[in-house]
Design a protein around this ligand. Structure first.
Ligand SMILES: [Zn+2]
Length: 465
């Protein structure tokens, strides 16, 4: 992208102006409360232990919204549930069994939108990475597919494998997990909310390797699949709390509140929900009125296809939204991603320079990415930001499995994330040096093409242009 040199110099000059004494005092107050009070961690524990894993529309999901409302009220913040319905999914008592060479029930998790069907028995076949040609002989069988990446080409996405399998006439797909230790990985089977054309499950690496050895030795393997999970329309809500600013135009700060059901959704994305709560609390206490209106949004339906963020934009189509900050599994801040809105780099740089106590070794990057709540905002050309963060290995190891529980959350990383992202939000909400500007459609398309986002969205059938 070419840039107007004069404009750049102006931006550099303006953004290097020193902060007012008032702004400095507010920042220090925010930092002090973040480190001294840690309320987000307590709220996260409530979400995990009193509600649990939160598939959108489930009792746990609705209970979580109540907990957050209650906690926000205690901080003097009124929130509202903005209801909507979406294609939902209810996990049932599913069973994936091997019958030959001997009977064994596998640890297996159905992917989201796998719909109930009469139980069936069929042979298993090895399906490689799940490319079309690898599945050509899978008719009438259950294909066992590796989650490893092939050396020379990109792996097919899970939804592509499922389509390839269905097209070949396979009866089901078992995705072998790529992590050891009896882990499975839940996830969604497609991004359109449609019932999966064939049942698809995640199975453990250990079971997958066993089946692969048998199949490669040309031994007969038969399995049985019974799916009780089902697709259904569900009613849920985004939770919204606002702090009116001097201007009506708003900065949206968001995190998805829903999660997968088999764990507690602690790291994905209880942490983001708790950090968002902390930021709302810190603003209510120390920065109630800002230049821009600040809207805190706990989005629902993210895991099943970003339904909440998309609905929020529809329900607020007439509002002026000038920027968005998204938090999905935030960790100890290490950098900021300006996702193609490079005009904000000097401002972010100035913020980082004023916060030398943080480790900003990740620097500033400008890489639009997909599959979280900022995606629909990016597609609308709204300046969107995410803070890059470090999460310990043990925190992310159990991603989308039963082990994503409260005990995996590092309390201090959560506090660091709250403090760092609160200050970024404060800078955006009080920015008067750079005009927020929505990218035009050609500008968006150019950025998404250059970053690979176009390709990804096309493969996911989500490219809207
Ligand atoms: Zn997430």
């Amino acid at each position: 992208m070419r840039r107007n040199a004069l404009a750049l110099i102006t931006i550099l000059f303006l953004s290097s102006l020193p902060l007012s004494a008032g702004d400095m005092a507010v920042r220090k107050a925010i930092l002090g409360s973040a480190y001294a009070e840690h309320e987000g961690y307590r709220v996260l524990q409530r979400i995990c232990d009193e509600a649990g894993g939160r598939l959108s529309g489930s009792p746990a999901d609705l209970r979580t919204l109540q907990i957050l409302e209650e906690e926000l009220r205690r901080e003097g913040l009124v929130s509202r549930q903005e209801s909507f319905s979406m294609p939902g999914w209810i996990r049932g008592d599913d069973a994936v069994e091997v019958i030959i060479p001997f009977r064994k029930r596998l640890r297996a998790a159905a992917l989201g939108y796998v719909d109930r069907h009469p139980p069936f028995e069929s042979p298993l076949v090895w399906g490689g990475y799940g490319f079309e040609d690898e599945l050509s002989g899978a008719a009438g069988s259950i294909a066992v597919v590796s989650s490893e990446s092939p050396r020379e080409k990109e792996s097919p996405l899970r939804l592509e494998v499922i389509e390839n399998a269905a097209r070949a006439g396979a009866k089901g797909v078992l995705f072998v997990n790529d992590k050891p230790g009896g882990l499975v990985m839940t996830g969604v089977s497609n991004f359109g909310g449609k019932p999966s054309p064939v049942p698809a499950y995640s199975i453990t690496l250990e079971d997958g390797l066993w089946l692969r050895r048998l199949l490669e030795a040309r031994r007969e393997v038969r399995g049985r699949v019974a799916t009780a999970s089902r697709c259904t329309l569900v009613q849920t809500a985004n939770l919204v709390a606002s702090l009116p600013g001097k201007r009506k135009a708003k900065i949206v700060v968001g995190a998805h509140v829903d999660s997968w059901d088999i764990g507690q959704g602690a790291v994905d994305n209880g942490v983001g929900s708790a950090v968002l709560f902390e930021i709302a609390r810190l603003f209510a206490k120390h920065s109630r009125t800002n230049h821009y209106t600040v809207e805190f949004v706990w989005f629902n339906g993210e895991e099943l296809g970003i339904w909440g963020a998309r609905t929020y934009l529809e329900q607020h189509a007439r509002d002026s939204i000038v920027a968005m900050v998204n938090m999905d599994m935030p960790g100890r801040p290490t950098g900021v991603n300006v996702m193609g809105f490079d005009e904000f780099t000097p401002m972010v740089r100035a913020l980082m320079d004023s916060l030398k106590g943080f480790d900003w070794s990740g620097g500033i990057i400008s890489v639009p990415w997909t599959n979280s709540d900022h995606q629909p905002f990016l597609l609308k050309g709204i300046p969107s930001f995410t803070v890059m963060g470090h999460l310990e290995k043990e925190s992310v190891f159990h991603y989308h499995d039963v082990g994503d529980t409260f005990d995996k959350v590092d309390r201090l990383a959560l506090v660091d994330a709250s403090a760092g992202i609160a200050l970024l939000t404060h800078a955006l909400a009080n920015n008067t040096s750079i005009e927020y500007r929505i990218k035009t459609v050609p500008e968006r398309i150019a950025t998404f093409k250059a970053s690979g986002m176009e390709k990804r969205l096309r493969r996911q059938k989500e490219w809207p242009f």
